[in-house]
Design a protein around this ligand. Structure first.
Ligand SMILES: Nc1ncnc2c1ncn2[C@@H]1O[C@H](COP(=O)(O)OP(=O)(O)OP(=O)(O)O)[C@@H](O)[C@H]1O
Ligand SMILES: [Mg+2]
Length: 491
């Protein structure tokens, strides 16, 4: 055991780790040590209060984050065998297996991963298209609105997921359709309804849960069987949640059901980094935490320990352009050593070459490949690096979308594809009129979410940040990075 683990914390962090309050909210900026605090608190509970690891449930959003957290704990010297450090989905999966086992419910169910879910939904659409009316309606809808089949699929999928995370049933969808004013939006809902119905029937026939159904099934069991909820409330004395700004309604419901008055609930998050609105994530859950738990202790962590001072200051200024946010004062722990590089390329190809050439140079200088990260708003922007870097003998494991980089950090970060318009960043399609009415968000809210995604991207960088844009096609976000923190490069 490392004796000095508490001495590495600042005052706010120490308070968050050691507080005995049973409801704690730690709302703090990027790189302020939220994940570090959460991990250290688990270690502290085990060491100081002799809490058994099996009585702790730690929830994170990605498998990578769960693995990272377990690694950090094992380095601190914790026996992690019985500790549950899981994503929401993986926790629900385990619970459902355990409950099925105990209650002698059939164990035959399978859980569909993302690829299988896509496949099943595509099969449903293909089958429905065998019906002449459906095929005609779908084709007319796509043509009249100038959509592609891909876009239709993407939007349908998103809507179905969102319905599930907000407990909107097929019947509710019909009711919703009645209230929608726009003809095209109503037609879209009618098509989605048929696909949703067929998708559910198919899942049932195959005895498969998708991620959302898995979660909703566990919620159902906890709501309706006191022996199940009692068991898990007793077991998970301590519940800790990372990235709480991105929880959706069903995730919050799950936590409520696991958390009786006796349980200890500790959540950390940053409203400025809420980036899952499209999946039903709702920043209000973190902002309203104090309303739901009036006795909760609120802890602020003011320092950013991750990034160079220029990066911290520039990113904080960018996010100030959003109207919906908690005002937070973020102080950079590190001084301003280097400027942010804005790379203005003649065209996309030159921008891409700049990135590969610079990476080659950095690696020659001794920077490890694992310390370099390439981020894009969408996979399309960064695909080229997945293809080209291996040809140069570079294994750049860390090429990802911004959503995939959540919670992570790297010494050097490239944000590619900072263009305006289609395929760029902000990534807002113009042909959203229809889904906009259905999903009740307006363009400005979407733009603010895009800005938060940009903020997340910037704040991954520890030392050096490169923003790759095109000379005559510059993203509005590049212009929001104040010139005083910037070095300009033309290529
Ligand atoms: N007290 C501290 N002293 C030195 N370094 C620290 C301290 N607290 C955190 N760090 C370091 O700062 C970096 C950011 O910490 P961490 O990842 O926990 O922040 P976070 O708030 O979870 O960030 P994000 O909002 O991106 O998830 C890590 O490298 C961490 O080791
Ligand atoms: Mg974190």
């Amino acid at each position: 055991m490392k004796e000095d683990f508490l001495s590495k914390l600042d005052d706010g962090q120490l308070k968050a780790v050691t507080s005995t309050n049973s409801r704690i909210l730690c709302l703090a900026g990027a790189g302020s040590g939220k994940t570090r605090v959460l991990t250290t608190r688990i270690f502290y509970l085990i060491q100081k209060f002799k809490i058994r690891p099996e009585n702790i449930l730690a929830i994170t959003f990605t498998k990578a984050a769960a693995r990272e957290m377990l690694l950090r704990l094992s380095l601190l010297g914790t026996d992690i065998k019985d500790l549950w450090c899981r994503t929401f989905h993986s926790a629900c999966y385990r619970i459902l297996r355990e409950v099925s086992n105990k209650k002698e419910i059939s164990q035959n169910f399978k859980v569909a991963d993302q690829i299988t879910q896509d496949k099943i939904m595509k099969q449903c659409i293909a089958d429905l298209q065998k019906n002449r009316d459906f095929a005609y309606n779908l084709n007319s809808f796509i043509e009249e609105n100038n959509w592609t089949l891909d876009l239709f699929f993407e939007e349908t999928y998103k809507l179905i997921k969102e319905c599930k995370s907000r407990f909107i049933s097929l019947d509710d969808l019909v009711e919703k359709a009645k209230k929608v004013r726009d003809d095209e939006a109503r037609e879209f809902l009618r098509l989605v309804y048929l696909i949703f119905k067929s998708y559910q029937e198919r899942l049932k026939k195959l005895n498969i849960f998708d991620f959302s159904d898995l979660m909703n099934r566990v919620i159902f069991l906890l709501e309706n069987d006191k022996s199940v909820s009692g068991h898990y409330q007793k077991r998970f004395e301590f519940i800790l949640v990372d990235e709480f700004q991105d929880v959706n309604l069903s995730q919050v419901r799950l936590l409520e059901l696991l958390c009786s008055a006796k349980n200890n609930l500790f959540v950390v998050g940053d409203d400025w980094q809420s980036i899952y609105g499209f999946r039903g994530g709702d920043v209000h859950h973190i902002l309203d935490f104090k309303k739901v738990y009036p006795d909760c202790e609120s802890i602020i962590l003011p320092y950013n320990y991750r990034s160079d001072g220029n990066i911290v200051n520039a990113a904080s200024r960018v996010i100030k352009n959003n109207s919906r946010q908690m005002r937070k004062k973020i102080k950079a722990f590190h001084p301003a050593n280097g400027k942010i590089n804005i790379v203005r390329a003649e065209d996309k190809a030159r921008g891409d070459s700049f990135v590969t050439d610079t990476i080659k140079k950095l690696v020659l200088k001794g920077i490890k490949q694992k310390d370099i990260m390439i981020l894009g708003r969408t996979w399309r922007v960064i695909d080229v690096f997945l293809k080209n870097l291996p040809k140069l003998g570079l294994k750049e494991v860390r090429i990802t979308t911004v959503h995939g980089a959540k919670g992570q950090e790297a010494k050097v970060v490239f944000i590619a594809g900072l263009y305006k318009g289609r395929g760029g960043f902000p990534h807002i399609k113009d042909d959203y009129e229809i889904t906009r009415e259905i999903r009740e968000t307006n363009r400005n809210e979407r733009l603010e979410e895009e800005r938060r995604i940009f903020y997340v991207a910037m704040t991954r960088a520890k030392e050096r940040l490169f923003l790759i844009t095109e000379k005559d096609n510059q993203s509005m976000f590049v212009r929001e990075v104040s010139r005083r923190y910037v070095r300009e490069i033309n290529c």
